[in-house]
Ligand binder design. Structure first.
Ligand code: GLN
Length: 540
C-alpha cells in the first residue's frame, strides 16, 4: 500500500487547535491499526523554537534525538505513538538555512535560487523524510502552522499543493476554521469560513474536509451552506465544539461524526474497527473522579496557557492513574516568599518546572524550603531539581551563599555549575545538553519505587549540573542522588531522604507521559499528594 498523506491547515484565526485536531484524527487511525507519523511545518524564521521566549511560543518540546521542537509534538506524543524526532518538525528558518548552505556549496549549478522550486522542493523533501523515517508507516499527517493568509506560510501551501498534485490518490486536505456565534444576530456565521476557503482556493488548494471550531453545534442548514459555498460534500463538514471536561474527549467527538470513515473512504483505506475502549475509560474517569488534589506550580510563565503544557498534562495523567482530578494553582515565582507561604492555604504539593534566568529564583528556593520543612510533596524538574539541591545546601549544610553559577557566577559555593562540555559553547541555539541519555537508578530510592527498574532513559535540555565537588557532603546531610548518568558521573536525580516525597530530576519526564501511560514519577507524585490531602483532612 502506498503511504497516505493528510494535510491540515488552519483558517480565520490562530489557536483553533490544529494540533489537537490532527492528533485526535491520527489517534482514530492508529486505533484502527494504521501506523501513523506526524510532521509539523512552522512558517516562522527561527531555526527552532529553542531560542524563543516562552511567552511568545509556549513550551519547547524535546525529542529523544535532541531536537527542540514545537509544542504540538507534545500533543502528537500524548495521543499517538508517532515516531518523534528531528524529522517531525521543520521551520522556514531550517528550510532556508539548508537552501542557502546548498547555494554556497554550489549545488544549484549557477541557477537562480528561488522560492519555487528550491524552497518548495526542500519542504517536499522534509515531508518525504518524515514518511521515510520508518519503513512501515501507513499515514503521514502534515500540519501547517499559522493561518492561511499569512505571507510566510505561502511557500508551505505551495509545496503541499504540489505534493498533492504528485500524490493525488493518496492525499486529503483538512481545513480547520472558526464559525463564530454572533450574539446580536443570534446565529452562527459562516462568512469567515467561506473567505478562508476562498483564500486557499486562490492558491490552488481545494480542501476535502472542513472542520469548524464552534462554541455551539452546527445546524444542518449551516453545514449545507458551508458545503455549498466551500464546494465540499455535506458529509465533509464536521464540527469541533468546545469539549466539556477534557481535551481527551476530542477523538470520540470526531469519531461520533464519522470523520474517520470519511477519511478512509477518501484515501481508499479499509475502514477497520476503531479500538477506543482505553480512551473512553480515561474520559469517564475524568468525568467522575474519586476526589481531587491541588498542586501549586511555581514558575515564571505560569500565566501563559502553553508555557508548561506537558507538565500540566502529565500532572493530570498522574492524578488520573489513581482516579483523581488535579487542580492546578499557579504561583508567580517572583512573588513567592516565606511570608507569602505562611499566609496562603497550602496545596497538597508543589512543582517547580524547568526555567532559565534569575527572575523568581529566590521564590523557587523559598517554596522548596517550605516543602522540605513541612514535609509537603515537592517535585522539581530541571531547574526545579537545581533549586532543591541549592536549598538543601543553603539550609541543611549551612552554605548560605550556595547557588548556581547561572545566577551567581562569583559564589563561593557553586553547588550547581556549568557542564564542562558547555564551557566552549558560543551560539545559544541548539547547543544545550539535549535529548535522551541513559540513567542508572539506585535501589531503595523513591525513583526506583516509581520506575521499578534500574535503567531508564529520559530527555534533557540544560547547561548546568550538580557540582560533584559537593555531592558527598550533600549525601551525608540527607540528600540522595538516586539516579546518575554514569558515563560522565552526572547527578540526574536528587531526593530528600527523610521526607514523604521530595524529588528533583535534571531531565524532563513530562515529555514522555500519556493519559494512557502516565509517567511513573508523576504517578507517584500524585500518590504523595493524595496522602498529603488525606492527612490534611484528618488533621482538621
Ligand atoms: N537553566 C538551567 C540549566 O540550563 C535549567 C534548564 C531547564 O530547566 N530546562 O541548566
Amino acid at each position: 500500500m502506498s503511504i497516505k498523506y493528510i494535510f491540515i491547515t488552519g483558517g480565520v484565526s490562530s489557536s483553533l487547535g490544529k494540533g489537537l485536531t490532527a492528533s485526535s484524527i491520527a489517534l482514530l487511525l492508529e486505533k484502527k491499526g494504521y501506523k501513523v507519523a506526524m510532521l509539523k511545518l512552522d512558517p516562522y524564521l527561527n531555526v527552532d523554537p529553542g531560542t524563543m521566549n516562552p511567552f511568545q511560543h509556549g513550551e519547547v518540546y524535546v525529542t529523544d534525538d535532541g531536537a527542540e521542537t514545537d509544542l504540538d509534538l507534545g500533543h502528537y506524543h500524548r495521543y499517538t505513538h508517532s515516531p518523534l524526532s528531528k524529522a517531525s518538525n521543520a521551520t522556514s528558518g531550517q528550510i532556508y538555512d539548508t537552501v542557502i548552505r546548498r547555494e554556497r556549496k554550489g549545488d544549484y549549478l549557477g541557477k537562480t535560487v528561488q522560492v519555487i522550486p528550491h524552497v518548495t522542493n526542500e519542504i517536499k523533501q522534509r515531508i518525504a523524510d518524515c514518511a521515510n523515517q520508518e519503513s512501515n508507516l501507513d499515514v503521514v499527517f502534515v500540519e501547517i502552522g499559522g493561518t492561511v493568509g499569512d505571507i510566510e506560510s505561502l511557500p508551505f501551501l505551495e509545496a503541499i499543493r504540489q505534493f498533492r498534485h504528485e500524490n493525488l490518490e493518496n492525499s486529503v486536505f483538512i481545513h480547520l476554521t472558526y464559525t463564530p456565534y454572533l450574539k446580536a444576530a443570534g446565529e452562527i456565521k459562516t462568512k469567515p469560513t467561506q473567505h478562508s476557503v476562498q483564500m486557499l482556493r486562490s492558491i490552488g488548494i481545494v480542501p476535502n474536509i472542513i472542520v469548524c471550531r464552534s462554541e455551539h453545534p452546527l445546524s444542518k442548514e449551516i453545514k449545507d451552506k458551508i458545503s455549498l459555498f466551500c464546494d465540499v460534500p455535506d458529509r465533509a463538514v464536521f464540527e469541533a465544539i468546545d469539549v466539556e471536561d477534557s481535551i481527551y474527549e476530542v477523538p470520540m467527538m470526531m469519531k461520533e461524526q464519522g470523520i474517520d470513515e470519511f477519511i478512509c473512504k477518501s484515501l481508499n483505506l479499509e475502514n477497520r474497527k476503531t479500538h477506543l475502549n482505553e480512551w473512553k475509560k480515561i474520559v469517564s474517569s475524568i468525568k467522575k473522579p474519586k476526589g481531587s488534589i491541588r498542586v501549586g506550580i511555581v514558575g515564571k510563565y505560569v500565566q501563559h496557557q502553553d508555557a508548561y503544557k506537558s507538565v500540566f498534562e502529565s500532572l493530570e495523567h498522574g492524578a488520573l492513574a489513581h482516579g483523581y482530578k488535579i487542580e492546578i494553582e499557579r504561583f508567580e515565582a517572583d512573588q513567592v516568599s516565606e511570608a507569602v507561604l505562611k499566609k496562603i492555604q497550602g496545596c497538597d504539593g508543589y512543582l517547580v518546572p524547568g526555567g532559565f534566568g534569575e527572575r523568581g529564583w529566590e521564590g523557587k528556593i523559598a517554596i522548596a524550603k517550605f516543602c522540605r520543612e513541612n514535609k509537603i510533596p515537592f517535585f522539581g524538574i530541571c531547574l526545579g531539581m537545581q533549586v532543591l539541591v541549592v536549598e538543601f545546601a543553603r539550609h541543611v549544610l549551612g552554605f548560605k551563599d550556595a547557588s548556581s553559577t547561572e545566577f551567581a557566577p562569583e559564589t563561593k559555593n557553586p553547588v550547581i555549575s556549568l557542564l564542562s562540555e558547555q564551557r566552549t559553547v558560543q551560539n545559544i541555539g541548539g547547543t544545550m545538553r539535549l535529548g535522551a541519555y541513559p540513567c542508572k537508578l539506585q535501589e531503595k530510592s523513591k525513583a526506583y519505587s516509581a520506575y521499578k527498574k534500574l535503567k531508564i532513559s529520559e530527555r534533557h535540555r540544560h547547561r548546568y549540573e550538580v557540582n560533584n565537588h559537593y555531592t558527598d557532603d550533600l549525601e551525608k546531610a540527607g540528600l540522595l542522588f538516586s539516579g546518575r548518568y554514569t558515563k560522565q558521573k552526572l547527578c540526574e536525580i536528587a531526593e530528600v531522604k527523610n521526607h514523604p516525597w521530595m524529588v528533583g530530576v535534571q531531565f524532563h519526564p513530562e515529555f514522555k507521559s500519556r493519559p494512557t501511560e502516565p509517567h511513573p514519577l508523576f504517578k507517584d507524585f500524585a500518590k504523595a499528594m493524595i496522602q498529603q490531602s488525606k492527612k490534611k483532612k484528618g488533621d482538621r
